[in-house]
Design a protein around this ligand. Structure first.
Ligand SMILES: Nc1ncnc2c1ncn2[C@@H]1O[C@H](COP(=O)(O)OP(=O)(O)OP(=O)(O)O)[C@@H](O)[C@H]1O
Length: 529
């Protein structure tokens, strides 16, 4: 799992303050602009909580980690909020959803008598919080009939009723690492509490000014802070201010202006000046960021087609998971849905010269999810071994004997097949051999597994997929940008202006949600009073 592979960075004082609040049992929402280390901090919190609860003997059930999208869930080794809630995609009629939602045993047992009293509005509130189709802590109403409720905001009356529903044992963490992410950690409930979620501790993180959730049809999308239960759970947000991704403070300040939709003539001028061609050192090209997945795929396919050498295709081996609790194999439908959320496809076409991105952490701090490289050949495992070339595996750390034994075992399993040899931007060369990608539920139980090489084509990425990434070479054409926060997310992937090319920059492309801006202003005022 990526979390365990992350090198331990030294947390800043403001990150440490948040950690301390969490350890003191406070419910927290921490936010901040791109690159302020929200994901790093969140992963640290999850690691510490996992360790602490394991030591206390609570095991899996005391700590559930969920994300709002499958991709985000994979990145944190958890499940989606939907699977945690047991409500699938949430498309069923309200009554069915409700049955499913309350399916988790303990909660159902405690609340059996109260069922008849539950009405639609309560379900709406509950689903409104649980349904988060993207990963930015924003919420969406689940069903059209719910839309017809009086107010887009959840009334205090509704939330009062819903408090009763929330008895459970949960910490709820949201963020957007590669996800691009939202996570739920289940820790400790307080039976009898009249607070939302049974008074459990909530840890939420994300930046509402980055990509908003995708609208589903005409459904209205709400932000999590618009739920009336929000203020009962979270006192006030903690704002992380130190930007780590961009060392150049001037660039970081320009990006923050863009984030806030506050474009002064100087920022506009400087961004427009970035339309000049950039000469990149080394053999890698910039990664083009596109507003849609289709555009990114088209670009990658075209670039691959242009290379006139033999193409090799790599097919995944997919494995169905077993549901221990229900004593059944997951259905093909469940499995295929789960596998769709993985960063690797079932078939990858490659040629020598293809630009690729690693989607697994291999060597902490050296070869990680997001490292860019180029395919320089196709060779077998034994050939790579003879040439002293390492594999994309996490070698055991115990001692040399175990390390060699493990490598021998992997080489044996690879047989004589040819695998892509990739030179990464730090000149580290690896043979990209298949790895297992699990899709787990919130307790970490595996639903499905894909065995596939851990790289994807990366001449281009969708802005959505780039969210959470740090990219050394970036090219962004803003012409077709259409959503709030989209330009900001794309531009803020870059580490410096020297390696960023921006075309079609125009103030009209810089969009920020007025709802969020107003809310943030209020929160900041609150923190200063
Ligand atoms: N305390 C720290 N010291 C040094 N580097 C850090 C620290 N915290 C984070 N970073 C680095 O800053 C970069 C951005 O961190 P991270 O991805 O956690 O930011 P983020 O706020 O989640 O960004 P985004 O909103 O874009 O997803 C990463 O390269 C990370 O390693």
């Amino acid at each position: 799992m990526p979390n365990s592979q992350e090198p331990d960075v030294e947390l800043s004082n403001e990150q440490l303050d948040v950690l301390e609040m969490v350890q003191d049992g406070e419910s927290v929402f921490f936010t901040g602009s791109a690159g302020t280390g929200k994901s790093v901090l969140l992963r640290k919190i999850i690691r510490i909580c996992r360790r602490r609860y394991a030591q206390q003997g609570y095991g899996d059930v005391s700590l559930a980690v969920t994300a709002s999208t499958g991709l985000a869930a994979v990145n944190i080794g958890g499940g989606t909020l939907h699977s945690w809630a047991g409500i699938g995609l949430g498309k069923e009629p309200l009554g069915v959803l409700m049955q499913n939602f309350v399916g988790f045993a303990e909660w159902k047992r405690r609340k059996e008598e109260a069922w008849e009293n539950l009405d639609k509005r309560e379900m709406y509130l509950k689903a409104g919080i649980v349904f988060d189709p993207e990963d930015r802590g924003e919420v969406i109403k689940p069903a059209p009939d719910v839309q017809s409720t009086e107010s887009p905001m959840v009334s205090s009356e509704e939330s009062d009723e819903a408090q009763d529903l929330k008895e459970g044992e949960t910490i709820h963490v949201q963020d957007s690492t590669e996800v691009q992410k939202g996570e739920t950690i289940r820790i400790q409930g307080h039976p009898g509490s009249n607070k939302p979620f049974g008074g459990i501790q909530l840890v939420l993180s994300g930046d509402f000014l980055q990509l908003p959730p995708v609208n589903v049809g005409a459904q209205r999308v709400l932000f999590a802070f618009q739920a009336s239960t929000w203020s009962q759970c979270i006192d006030r947000p903690v704002f992380l201010t130190k930007v780590f991704r961009q060392k150049d403070e001037e660039f970081a300040a320009m990006l923050n202006n863009i984030r806030l939709g506050r474009l002064d003539p100087e920022t506009t001028q400087r961004m427009q000046a970035l339309s000049r061609p950039v000469r990149y050192h080394g053999e890698l090209e910039p990664c083009d960021l596109f507003p849609t997945r289709e555009e990114a795929k088209r670009c990658n396919d075209n670039r691959l087609r242009e290379i006139q050498v033999e193409q090799l295709s790599f097919f995944a081996k997919d494995i169905i998971g077993y549901n221990l609790r229900e004593k059944r194999w997951y259905t093909l439908y469940e499995v295929s849905q789960s596998l769709d959320s993985l960063p690797v496809p079932d078939k990858i076409d490659l040629k020598v010269g293809a630009q690729v991105m690693l989607v697994k952490n291999i060597v902490p701090g050296v070869l990680v999810n997001g490292s860019m490289g180029k395919v320089i050949g196709f060779i077998s495992g034994p050939e790579a071994h003879e040439q002293g070339i390492g594999l994309t595996i996490n070698e055991p750390k115990e001692d040399e004997y175990h390390r060699q034994a493990y490598i021998r075992k992997v080489l044996q399993s690879l047989g004589k097949g040819q695998w892509p040899l990739v030179r990464f931007d730090n000149w580290c060369t690896k043979l990209c051999v298949p790895r297992y990608f699990d899709v787990s539920d919130h307790e970490g139980k595996v639903r499905a597994t894909r065995h596939q090489i851990p790289i994807i084509l990366a001449w281009a990425l969708s802005i959505h997929k780039s969210q959470g990434q740090t990219l050394q070479r970036v090219r962004v054409n803003l012409e077709r940008v259409f959503a709030n926060g989209q330009a900001y997310v794309a531009l803020s992937r870059a580490t410096s202006m020297d390696t960023l090319q921006v075309t079609n920059f125009h103030p009209s492309k810089v969009m920020a949600s007025q709802y969020v801006l107003d809310w943030m202003r209020q929160q900041q005022l609150k923190s200063t009073t």
